[in-house]
Design a protein. Structure first.
Length: 299
């Protein structure tokens, strides 16, 4: 089984070399190619990639961004990478993480037996201790397994940076849904399961996951995730009726106010404040998404 490693990148020069160096240590007897998907980077990312031209097997750079059009998100990058890939199976990784030494081997072995596999995430190697809230950042580890906490389907899913799938899965499920934005990966896992494809958690395949290191970056990431979840909610469990929509909007607004009132309880440490700020971003994103994708798009 030949593998295609697909790595999307947008302005990843600050961290990309760590990931590429880790990829040079990977081994897989069936052979593999490396596809870096450049999504309109304006920094030195592609110069960094070129430095690994002789160290990574069958390295290719494919362009995902049309300069005459608005730049699209990572789901679009993966779509471009999937279309360009020549392997029998595809494994995903990203420019700000670091794959463990046996990651590719473990993913490959799992894909020989299962159609759709998901690697484990590890949070300690690349992140300061204050960033890691045990209550919030224990998803998809070797101990906790896959997440299934997203409404409305509550089906298992994995982070996009950790997915691996056979070509047959791609041919069945199709391209990532770019309209799902930051939660395209949840949607893709759900679509696969709805098509009768089971997910396999390859806990021995490990990716060191990098969290957002600044307070505002955490806020914006959480806000974007929450807004995208409203798209997911509309796709799988659309509301019917203006009264239900208004009730949902009021509940979301009240949850935001309630969260803001808890600020004083979270000023005792940087970690607690960071967690509060991330929670604030989530509530704001839910409110924005509810307004944008439900109230403003009524027939």
């Amino acid at each position: 089984m030949r593998l295609s490693v697909i790595l999307p990148c947008f302005n990843g020069a600050a961290t990309l070399a760590v990931q590429l160096e880790a990829l040079t240590q990977q081994k897989w007897p069936g052979g593999w190619e490396t596809i870096v998907v450049n999504n309109g980077s304006t920094d030195s990312s592609m110069t960094v990639v070129e430095q690994y031209r002789d160290q990574l097997p069958d390295l290719r750079i494919v362009e995902a961004h049309d300069p005459t059009e608005p730049r699209q998100g990572v789901a679009h990058s993966y779509t471009v990478g999937l279309k360009a890939a020549a392997g029998d199976a595809f494994v995903f990784c990203e420019a700000d993480d670091e794959v463990a030494p046996t990651w590719l081997e473990e993913m490959g072995k799992a894909l020989e037996n299962y159609d759709f596999v998901i690697a484990a995430l590890e949070y300690s190697r690349l992140n300061s201790s204050w960033l890691i809230d045990p209550a919030a950042w224990q998803q998809q580890t070797a101990k906790t397994g896959l997440s299934n906490i997203s409404p409305p389907l509550y089906l298992s899913y994995g982070s996009g940076c950790s997915l691996g799938l056979r070509r047959s899965v791609y041919e069945t499920v199709g391209n990532p849904d770019v309209s799902c934005m930051a939660v395209w990966d949840i949607d893709y896992c759900w679509r696969a399961q709805q098509a009768g494809i089971q997910l396999y958690f390859a806990s021995s395949a490990v990716i060191h996951y990098r969290l957002r290191a600044s307070l505002m970056a955490r806020y914006y990431q959480s806000r974007n995730w929450a807004e995208a979840h409203m798209v997911l909610l509309k796709k799988y469990a659309p509301f019917s009726g203006l009264v239900k929509l208004l009730k949902h909007f009021v509940r979301t607004f009240w949850a935001l106010l309630h969260h803001m009132l808890k600020l004083a309880l979270h000023l005792s440490s940087k970690q607690r404040f960071a967690d509060w700020l991330s929670g604030l971003g989530w509530k704001v994103g839910e409110l924005q998404g509810s307004f944008k994708y439900f109230l403003m798009q009524q027939d």
